[in-house]
Design a protein around this ligand. Sequence first.
Ligand SMILES: [Zn+2]
Length: 162
Amino acid sequence: MMRQECVHLEEVLLAARTGNREWDGHVAGCAECRDAVRVAVAFEGARDEALAGVTLPDAGIVWRRAQFRARREAIQAAGRPITVAQVIAFAVAMGLVGACFGATSQGFQAVLAWVSGHWGTALRAAIADHWMLAVGLVAAIVAVPGAVYALVTALSGSGARR
Ligand SMILES: [Zn+2]
């Protein structure tokens, strides 16, 4: 069943929206306009509430957040090449270790002997015979990635200050 629309509805709603009270008397006696005004007022209130909830942050806070985000992204971007450099350095160190073992089969035999049960003397002999090699291996495993890491950190540090 269609409701008969009040002919004053548009004027009443406009008046309600603009705060004009000249239609209050009609609204009091017209059920349809009363409902329409009630709905319009409810929507208006909801809109005001929604707008009140949206408090624009201070421009300084927005700027600082943007700075933090930019710095975080710069750090992440700098972290990626460090990881790649570390992987490369590790691969180089492992290659050096492999080359040393391959070049000195005698040292490799000594390690094998140590593993197969000739604990003390074989190990001592291996270290005594090949302490330079052992130092070289440790240097290759520790110093090369460390040096590359320090270099990359120094480079990315100066880059971040740009
Ligand atoms: Zn009406």
